[in-house]
Design a protein around this ligand. Structure first.
Ligand code: KE4
Length: 433
């Protein structure tokens, strides 16, 4: 079983200079308890902590590492590009190549703007929708997370759900007043909001397959219903595909759900681990973005050459071999079925949600279809399961409100090891009862 000697001392040291010892709250293990693992390096499907202990990785840097860590074509692309300097603040050929690559892999992106994070992508998309429609309000869904911009921090998922932060100090009422919320999968609630706020709603933004409450799947007809509501009411439908983009399929959730959004936000995979986000969509909307239009949006490092080189190398490989997605899904289904077996044998109530290479385990006797049902699950049992798995060298997201992400460097031996660790972890938790 693992001890975390170096991580313990590093965490103490980190807290002297960094708030909570981390540069993003969900890394702090605050909800699961214990000491966060300080990662020294990673290769393929494995992380290595500062004591050299190896873990099978199911976070994949929260999604980007879809082909595994230190994937050679990505590393070589960064190394080669770094020789030419790291940033120019001027347009480059690489940005054209990235934009053309994104357009060639997705179904309705006429123009795309690169930014530096998923947060920037989503906040810019909302600003654009407001500028395009002349309306102020937007609808988001409880438990969905679109980054940490003020207007999104209303009943959000990910770290806010993890820490049960309902109202965020510093987010003014003025900033939150135009954010309307509805439960995920509740079309009637959306219809009511639209009826109550006629002509006031600029956008509906959604994670078409949600990953910030654990993995939550849209019910039959839900996303289609949103599409219809938006079309009928002149509302911009924004798919936040920061997680699902280029992960669910080359065309992301738009492809697997066969539904076109008006704007799509990307991140994670398109940067291959470098700081990248993007938003794009129909020309009639995107042409309102400066300098074409007056909806201002900017970024010193947007389209950074190293980030573009990394993202292009990864996307080219995914585009060239879409069979990777089938391989990844088969591995995820294998893991799901293995976990299903050991969980059912353990006798504890559970549900597993899975689509493509996103999966989550909820210790719940009821279906988990929205934030309320995710929050009603046995969170302390998840936390115990998390630590038992970690002790066995399996690195899961340190929160019941996060999706797991598989990478294609995982072997079936890794999956079998994970399933065996889950069996033994559940025995430890239930005393083998
Ligand atoms: P970033 O600003 O963290 O790059 O992206 C924000 C974002 C937007 N939309 C979706 C669907 C997202 O999942 C995210 C960020 N995801 C979290 C994981 N749940 C990032 C992890 C973290 O906050 O450290």
């Amino acid at each position: 079983m693992y001890e975390y000697t170096s991580s313990k001392s590093l965490f103490e040291r980190a807290q002297q200079s960094i708030p909570g010892g981390v540069n993003s709250p969900v890394r702090a293990f605050k909800s699961v308890g214990g000491t966060p693992v300080f990662v020294a390096k990673a290769k393929g499907a494995y992380l290595y902590d500062e004591d050299g202990q190896k873990y099978i990785d199911y976070i994949a840097s929260w999604g980007p590492m879809i082909l595994g860590h230190a994937h050679q074509p990505v590393i070589s692309a960064i190394q080669q590009k770094a020789e030419d300097s790291t940033s120019f603040g001027a347009p480059t050929l690489l940005e054209i190549e990235m934009a053309e690559l994104i357009k060639s892999m997705t179904r309705n992106v006429d123009l795309v703007r690169m930014v530096n994070s998923g947060t920037e992508a989503c906040m810019s998309a909302i600003r654009l929708a407001r500028g395009y429609t002349g309306r102020n309000k937007f609808i988001k869904f409880e438990g969905c997370y679109h980054g940490h911009a003020d207007m999104f921090l209303v009943k959000a998922g990910s770290g806010l759900a993890t820490f049960n932060i309902q109202a965020v100090p510093g987010v003014t009422a003025a900033n939150a007043q135009d954010t309307l919320t509805a439960p995920y999968n509740d079309l009637a609630a959306v219809e009511q909001l639209v009826a109550d706020h006629k002509e006031e709603i600029a956008a509906i933004i959604i994670e078409p397959i949600a990953g910030n409450m654990g993995c939550i799947l849209p019910k039959e007809g839900f996303i289609e219903g949103l599409r219809k509501i938006c079309t009928e009411n002149g509302i911009v439908l924004i798919f936040d595909e920061v997680m699902t983009g280029f992960r669910m399929a080359s065309g992301g959730a738009q492809e697997i759900l066969d539904i076109d959004a008006d704007l799509v936000c990307y991140g994670k995979v398109i940067g291959a681990g470098m700081p990248v986000g993007a938003f794009g969509g129909k020309k009639e909307i995107m042409e309102h973005i400066a300098p074409l239009g007056n909806v201002y949006q900017a970024g010193t490092l947007s389209g950074n050459p190293l980030a573009m080189a990394a993202g292009i190398a990864l996307l080219k490989e995914l585009k060239a071999d879409p069979g990777i997605y089938k391989e990844l899904e088969a591995k995820t289904i294998y893991l799901r079925d293995g976990l299903d077996k050991v969980l059912s044998e353990s006798g504890v109530p559970y549900v597993i949600n899975q689509r493509g290479s996103m999966i989550s385990v909820h210790f719940s006797a009821q279906a988990v279809t929205d934030f309320a049902s995710a929050a009603a699950a046995d969170l302390s049992r998840f936390n115990r399961f998390f630590h038992e798995m970690l002790k066995r060298g399996i690195y899961l997201p340190p929160s019941a409100f996060e999706s797991w992400f598989l990478n294609n460097a995982l072997t079936y031996t890794d999956l079998d090891e994970t399933i065996a660790a889950a069996k033994s972890s559940l025995e430890a938790i239930t005393g083998g009862r």
